[in-house]
Design a protein. Structure first.
Length: 366
């Protein structure tokens, strides 16, 4: 099965999303949304597949969400072209290798626009020296075929990294190439093309900013580094250690000297700002020296908690990227009591699904 995408319906589904977003946002009197399209195929930079074993054969599968029917995948046009090429070569390379294929139940792919790919092989068995030797041969085989690939083996409480557990992405953003280290099992933006749209939109709407920027939920510094050019300094928070480490690398790799990353959750940072708790992680950082007139938030699907929401309202400008318009609207019920929406954007991060990514810029009411 080649799993063709319904590309002929792309315009209709995008129009429906724009209409739905307008209806959801109508109570807040926003301007007309700016709409950023996705490529109609090969837009997703990461993918996970179950592996099905059938006598001497094995192959990638997915399950139909409605019927639960098993679907055999030869290609997956949602995923990047690099993932599609690797899917074929990888299965062909391990089909006859008993150590590599035995109890292999899932394969995860993470690819980049810079033509690098990281592959994680997941097993229901212990992985030992024999597996490592066969995996090294597999990596060599794939590299000889032209793939810039990293391999990882995973089993219960086991992670074997043959070289690195990351790959470095290079994105063209507003006339500059930005380097982003992407770590296995850490969050990265799935749609690289739409991510570039989001970054360039955020740069554009903050280009006349004054003072410093505070960012919550910064991840690997995706937005922090792109926005640094528009602010005196950037203070960013992130709780996940691998993402913080990647962000620190990205700061150095991009030659940026005005970004400070703190390993804290948004809730912890709110407590620190309110003087409710002291944190050793803030030693040597003078929070009061920052003159942040803009705050940037890109929260999880649950949106902002009440205390963070209250803290955010203190800033003259709020830039809010949301992967869940429903929780965004819930937050806007509070935020629009003190701010008005001056910019609204729809980013079609997940074509052919009901999911919407959107962005709003809020400015304090006079």
């Amino acid at each position: 099965m080649q799993n063709p995408l319904p590309t002929e319906s792309y315009e209709q589904q995008l129009t429906e999303k724009v209409s739905r977003l307008k209806n959801m946002m109508e109570p807040f009197q926003p301007p007309e949304p700016e709409v950023f399209r996705s490529p109609q195929s090969h837009y997703r930079m990461r993918a996970e597949f179950r592996i099905w074993h059938e006598q001497d054969d094995l192959y990638h599968i997915m399950f139909d969400q409605q019927t639960k029917q098993r679907i055999r995948l030869f290609q997956f046009p949602v995923a990047s072209k690099l993932i599609n090429k690797m899917m074929v070569e990888l299965i062909d390379s391990i089909r006859s290798e008993q150590i590599l294929r035995h109890k292999l139940f899932q394969i995860d792919y993470l690819s980049t626009c810079s033509n690098k790919i990281l592959v994680s092989l997941l097993y229901h068995k212990k992985l030992g020296d024999e597996w490592i030797q066969q995996a090294l041969k597999l990596r060599e085989t794939l590299r000889n075929k032209g793939f810039d690939v990293e391999l990882i083996g995973r089993a219960a409480k086991t992670k074997i990294t043959l070289n690195h557990d990351y790959i470095d992405e290079v994105l063209p953003v507003a006339g500059r190439e930005m380097i982003y280290r992407q770590v296995e099992n850490s969050f990265t933006q799935p749609n690289a093309s739409v991510n570039i749209h989001m970054l360039e939109w955020a740069i554009n709407i903050t280009k006349d900013s004054k003072g410093d920027l505070l960012e919550l939920y910064c991840g690997n510094g995706n937005f922090s580094l792109a926005l640094a050019q528009n602010f005196e300094r950037v203070l960013a928070t992130e709780i996940a250690k691998p993402s913080v480490a990647a962000a620190q690398y990205n700061i150095a790799a991009n030659g940026i000297d005005n970004v400070q990353i703190i390993r804290m959750s948004a809730e912890e940072f709110t407590q620190a700002m309110n003087g409710e708790r002291e944190f050793n992680r803030l030693q040597g950082i003078d929070l009061k020296s920052y003159q942040c007139e803009t705050i940037f938030v890109d929260p999880p699907r649950s949106g902002l908690d009440e205390k963070t929401l209250e803290m955010v309202q203190a800033y003259p400008r709020i830039l809010y990227i949301s992967c869940n318009p429903e929780t965004l609207c819930h937050n806007l019920e509070t935020l629009t009591q003190t701010h008005k929406i001056s910019r609204l954007a729809l980013f079609d991060q997940f074509p052919y699904t009901h999911h919407m990514e959107c962005g709003v810029l809020l400015e304090k009411l006079n």
